[in-house]
Design a protein around this ligand. Structure first.
Ligand code: TYD
Ligand code: MG
Length: 460
């Protein structure tokens, strides 16, 4: 028989058969607590004694009707949800404390309420008057959203049972407390138990439940992944301190595409949709400078232009720095190695800094070529044509591949006034949206075409 794993770490969720002072999983001290069984009584006993009933079976061809959806009327939100809010679903909204989750949900609650849903907002973090104050600031006091300050899960479920809303918002899952679980609110067992109860309630009663989850220092929702697998949809609300824009990103969605993003701006009157994010991210672009390159990217189904900036300088130390903000550090190391090995452009003895302007984080693999262009441009002190956008994936051999949705990228570039695109050789016919397309064979060919023929001298 498998050992009972009755202890778990409140920081990372690792499970143990006995208590210890330090978690081997994440290194935290005093974070391991004993888990209580989720349901005392029959569920905890062996299943053997009592017969269940047999469940209904169907085949793959029988079509289930599409689940009913309600639109918020906020395009950025509806798209991320996969085309509106689905009935009988559970959704998790994660994000750093203070990023604007409560603001987003209060605004969304008001929209859904105005569109005919019965909405209840449970706050476990703020008093009713605090939430009302925020509603006043956001100009939402006339919206028919019901409000309560509560943390006891039993009370909340009873209220939901009698009120029968269409949508309930739980802000946040870490403050909820199920009285059949002995550990403190926010611990893995509490979060797990509360999320499980709420999710199954949502399915049973046909209501949509949105849970807020704060992200811990390590970047996972506490307890990490404990909730993510239970719910239908996981959204993250992201942003950089010091920047006004916020990204809503779907990382899992049973009712629509994942990786879809919505862009908002935090203003004095709450969150406002950003209909044209490319213009926002390029707005701070100054005069053409070495190291600056515009990348025609795609996030989800959304074309998004942004600027990569690179700086290369002689390193005062024996171990040159590689510093990157908004992109993947491992990927940067790879691009530097490919430039060195395939194009003879060496960065040995040079500090390299790479930054995505505006505080954006790029995950699109087609950013490789834009990064390479920014790096060589900075090293050679030569500008890339400022009316060009760049895109393409780089392989270890120095080969180039076009990314997905080339036409959408080109259309967006054309909309923002660019006249040419530098990209890998296209394998099929693509309408260039009026842009002149400079197609490159491979990375050495690209470097030579854009920056002139080598050999490239080592920098002082
Ligand atoms: P909040 O929604 O409370 O964050 P979370 O629920 O994710 O912890 O948002 C907090 C921040 O948003 C706070 O620093 C103030 C700012 N804010 C605005 O800038 N404008 C507004 O209209 C509101 C309501 C908040
Ligand atoms: Mg909040």
């Amino acid at each position: 028989m498998a050992k009972d794993l009755n202890y778990s770490c409140t920081a990372c969720g690792a499970t143990y058969s006995k208590w210890s002072g330090k978690c081997d999983g994440c290194g935290a001290w005093n974070s391991i607590i004993e888990d209580q069984p989720l349901a005392a009584g029959p569920a905890a006993k062996s299943l053997g004694a009592k017969r269940g009933r047999s469940v209904a079976l169907t085949d793959l061809a029988t079509e289930e009707p599409e689940p009913p959806r309600t639109l918020a009327g906020v395009e950025e939100l509806d798209r991320v949800l996969g085309g509106g809010l689905v009935k009988a679903s559970a959704l998790l909204l994660g994000g750093d404390p203070g990023i604007g989750k409560s603001t987003l949900l209060l605004q969304a609650a008001a929209r859904f309420a105005r569109n005919g849903l019965k909405v209840i907002y449970f706050s476990g973090e703020e008093s009713v008057s605090q939430v009302q104050m925020r509603a006043r600031r956001l100009g939402l006091t006339k919206s028919p959203v019901q409000l309560a300050s509560a943390t006891n899960l039993r009370d909340i479920l009873t209220t939901l049972d009698s009120e029968k809303p269409d949508l309930a918002i739980i802000d946040s899952i870490q403050t909820m407390w199920a009285d059949n679980v002995e550990s403190a609110p926010g611990s893995v067992s509490q979060v797990r138990a509360c999320a499980h109860e709420l999710t199954s309630f949502a399915k049973r009663q046909g209501i949509a439940i949105v849970m807020v989850g704060h992200v811990t220092k390590e970047g996972a929702i506490a307890g990490p992944r404990v909730v993510e697998h239970m719910v239908d949809t996981v959204l993250y609300f992201e942003g950089e301190r010091g920047h006004q824009f916020r990204l809503l990103r779907a990382v899992k969605n049973r009712f629509g595409p994942a990786d879809e993003i919505g862009v908002f701006e935090m203003t004095g009157k709450g969150l406002v949709e950003v209909k044209n994010p490319s213009a926002l991210f390029l707005s701070e672009r100054g005069k053409p400078a070495p190291g600056s390159v515009v990348f025609a990217g795609i996030e989800g189904s959304r074309p998004m232009l942004c600027e990569f900036q690179a700086l290369v300088a002689p390193s005062p130390t024996a171990q040159p720095r590689r510093s990157v903000v908004g992109w993947d550090g491992g990927r940067l190391a790879m691009i530097l190695a490919v430039l060195d090995a395939r194009c003879g452009v060496s960065f040995a003895g040079l500090d390299v800094y790479l930054n995505v302007a505006g505080g954006l984080r790029i995950s699109d693999p087609a950013a490789d070529l834009a990064v390479a262009a920014a790096l060589v441009s900075a090293r050679e002190d030569a500008t890339v044509p400022p009316d060009s956008v760049i895109m393409g994936e780089i392989s270890l051999s120095g080969g180039l591949r076009p990314g997905s949705q080339t036409e959408n990228r080109l259309k967006e570039a054309q909309k923002l006034g660019f006249s040419s695109a530098i990209l890998p050789q296209l394998r099929k016919e693509v309408t260039g949206a009026g842009l002149s397309l400079r197609q490159m064979e491979d990375l050495p060919g690209f470097v030579e075409e854009v920056f002139g023929p080598g050999p490239r001298a080592a920098q002082e």
